[in-house]
Design a protein around this ligand. Sequence first.
Ligand SMILES: Cc1ncc(COP(=O)(O)O)c(C=O)c1O
Length: 480
Amino acid sequence: MRAHEAGALHGQAGDRGPAWLRRPDDVDALVPQLWARNVSKVDGVVTVAGESVTDLAEEFGTPLYVLDEDDFRTRARAFRDAFEGCEVYYAGKSFLCVATARWVEEEGLSLDVCTGGELAVALRAGFPPERLALHGNNKSVAELRRALEAGVGRIIVDSLEEIDRLVALTAETGREAAVMVRVTAGVEAHTHEYISTSHEDQKFGFSIADGAAFEAVSRIVAAQRPGEGGLRFLGLHFVPPEMDLGGGFGIAYTTQDDPRSPAELADSLLGIVHAECRALDVAVPHLSIEPGRAIVGPTTFTLYEVGTVKSVGLDGGASRRYVAVDGGMSDNVRPALYSADYSCTLASRRSEAPAVLSRVVGKHCESGDIVVKDEYLPGDVAAGDLLAVPGTGAYCRSLASTYNHVPRAAVVAVRDGEEAIRADHFEGARDRAIMGQKRESLAMSEEEKELTAYHEAGHALCAALLPTADPLHKVTIIPR
Ligand SMILES: Cc1ncc(COP(=O)(O)O)c(C=O)c1O
């Protein structure tokens, strides 16, 4: 939402939708670049790999994240093939569960995790630890210890305290820690401040410009004890002998976005690295990248059911159509957090009604609870209709909350007409069952009591011991 010193309404005056948003010729048609490869409409109903969303909604409820497994694997392979000879780490923070970790492994990618919880999910999936990289700007001693015990391939250090912790832990355990140093390159990405990470004034990395990176490397080199454990310096997260270029490759959220393919990205990035190395007369480093959203983002759409529709009068006799759905900022906080734009379509039927500029909002107690700020929808959208919002695979489920005690949305993945991950492997569906349909099961099972005990122990790494690894959520809303 735009801020305005005289109040939000003034900031909105005259806003009839962004300049890039065009009234579609056919409001029912899917815009191909926004959707996973196996998504289409059959008689107006969105289907994914042969499963209709009406069936999925009936079986698993809404809101529901719907993942196209084949699309995920295809995008992962495209990065692996385009960046041949480089290490491709899937950024688990974008979306991670046991099943997706296995897909990543099967497609030959490595995996970047950034907390003990994500590490636990990866280990639970049986991911080869030597292909794991541990990120994080504030890794605890327990997280570092677990990483060393598990034998993760590399730890990307982000603070002097962390280097000291690793020196102590390697001395205590006799294990070696292969480390890279995360540096800020002083490059400013033209995106929302909260999602840009390489400029100087933010929490990640060591500055090259102010000498912090030099100090970090010096400390690490001083702590190297070849053949006796200790630290082993691999390189910089962004500089030779190994260079990790990170993630942040864009995807299409709306019709205005035109992302580059993995092959185009590889051409330009590898071209720049080779040219710069030639110019500096240094060897080309071993390269890594860490795509998250560009792999999982477009694979997924979120399915919602419409609950209410209202028209609100604006200045000059105009009105805005507010379409409220049964989720919102609890399943996708990105619009509220950094004004992310999305698009959507009527998913459960065909409509002949003219397109109306609409705002899709959630059910939470915030006026910033916006799902899709501006979209043309058929003018007859009404309670009971299903809406699908594409491009929600990355950082939606990962950032989900239970705000207002709304249960977390379930996740279901579809593969060739079958559900590859059944939603009941995830907490959302179980919570809904606990809260709604199966009230008789409110008493805690032995397993739930055990999970609660783990949670109260306050240790995310306990996830490794659990049947599905998400202890924080497992116990969040079980009534006592
Ligand atoms: C170091 C690092 N690698 C990878 C990523 C993943 O970014 P994206 O999902 O945009 O590709 C991030 C995003 O926060 C990051 O900070």
